[in-house]
Write a new protein. Structure first.
Length: 408
């Protein structure tokens, strides 16, 4: 399918595809087995300027946004969703800084994130606050010119290797959702340490840790946007970042199908290749159709999102204002429903396709020394993080009902 990519967009796809094929594929099994962080691959992504594809040129980026980020993440994930997450997790930290950070915060943090010199991480989840984000208990108490953070965050992707963190904590538990605020925390801040490292089913090349805050003092200037707006910061961030999860899932699905096609074209049973059997051909057709439908939904959605968002970013950069305020001035709408649809459809597609790929490959598909089973393990998390697909369906349905009511 020709999606009429610009020269820059095609360059992103080609460059990430080359890195995936030449640098990631040969070592993906090693990083999956050892759970080491792929620093050599990160260096390749730094040299290729992939960390900044979604950031304005003022901050060293390529001037793209959600669509360009999706193109890069999809291409890298075709080789390994875990290795690709080294850039994706950093982007999840950068999005709220881009959208809600003031001019000083953007200038301080985004250039080093754009170059990949400093990686970022995003931390909302807690032991008692997963899908129920309003249950956040990590606290932030204002003390003069500093906030003092106390509590534990968990399931933080890229935690130990990152240097910049977007962290959510409550400044007033009695106010529930309106008591939560968002903060920028830097690695090495006294009182900030790491707890348990998780052992995971998939995306094992990207470390997942607990974050521990014990009387951690951060400057008041590190508050993102305003006190009490933290949950809103997270929600608007997810409106944009969930298409990144969709892109990761799409890449995983395509990567699994690529490997499967290579195998079943040469593997013979009963005197003919597996690919010649009609039952297998029907599975192939379903996999290919689902992937292309998912890609069409993702690409059209991210392009529409970017057309609406780019003018607000351009104005904020020019005037030194906050992007979110410019979004409101331009009456930009939220993309909650559409981004959730992308995540649901692409991740559900990834699980169906990768499981079918194991089935088409037969016994070898179940073996660790054959790449297809890894795609199944990597695909599963895309149905869970940044909001489970059950929560996404809640969001989609509520927005559909709200939109139907508004027409009357």
């Amino acid at each position: 399918m020709d999606y009429e990519l610009t020269e820059t967009q095609q360059m992103i796809v080609d460059l990430c595809g080359k890195i995936a094929e030449e640098k990631i594929k040969p070592v993906r099994a090693h990083y999956d087995e050892t759970e080491e962080f792929p620093w050599p691959i990160v260096d390749e992504l730094r040299k290729a300027d992939i960390f900044g594809v979604y950031l304005p040129e003022k901050y060293g980026g390529l001037g793209g946004l959600n669509f360009e980020q999706a193109l890069a993440f999809e291409a890298l994930s075709r080789a390994c969703g875990g290795v690709a997450l080294s850039s994706g997790a950093s982007g999840l930290c950068g999005i709220p800084i881009l959208l809600f950070g003031n001019a000083e915060q953007r200038q301080r943090y985004l250039p080093s994130m754009s170059s990949g010199k400093r990686l970022g991480a995003f931390s909302l989840t807690e032991p008692e606050a997963g899908s129920d984000a309003m249950a956040v208990r990590c606290s932030a108490r204002l003390d003069g010119d500093h906030y003092v953070l106390n509590g534990i965050k968990n399931f933080c992707s890229g935690a130990e290797v990152a240097e910049i963190y977007t962290v959510f904590a409550t400044v007033n538990p009695a106010r529930g959702a309106r008591g939560i605020s968002a903060f920028i925390v830097e690695k090495g801040t006294p009182g900030f340490s790491f707890g348990k490292k998780e052992t995971k089913m998939g995306i094992r090349a990207n470390p997942t840790y607990e974050l521990v805050f014990k009387d951690c003092r951060i400057p008041k200037a590190n508050l993102l946007y305003k006190e009490g707006y933290g949950l809103h910061v997270a929600q608007v961030t997810f409106d944009n970042s969930r298409t990144g999860v969709a892109a990761q899932a799409l890449g995983i699905a395509q990567g699994a199908l690529d490997e499967t096609l290579e195998y079943i074209r040469v593997r013979k049973q009963f005197g003919q290749t597996i690919a010649s059997f009609q039952a297998i051909q029907h599975m192939l057709a379903d996999c290919g159709t689902s992937i292309e439908a998912a890609r069409a939904l993702l690409y059209s959605t991210t392009r529409a999102m970017d057309r609406a968002l780019q003018p607000a970013i351009a104005q904020a950069v020019e005037k030194g204002t906050i992007v979110y305020d410019e979004m409101n001035n331009l009456k930009c709408r939220r993309w909650t429903k559409e981004s959730a649809m992308c995540k649901v459809f692409c991740s559900d597609t990834a699980m169906r396709v990768t499981v079918d790929c194991v089935q088409m490959c037969g016994g070898i598909g179940y073996m660790r020394d054959f790449p297809v089973e890894k795609f199944v393990r990597d695909a599963k998390i895309t149905q869970i993080y940044e909001g489970t697909n059950q929560i996404q369906r809640n969001e989609i349905a509520m927005m559909m009902v709200k939109q139907a009511a508004s027409k009357k």
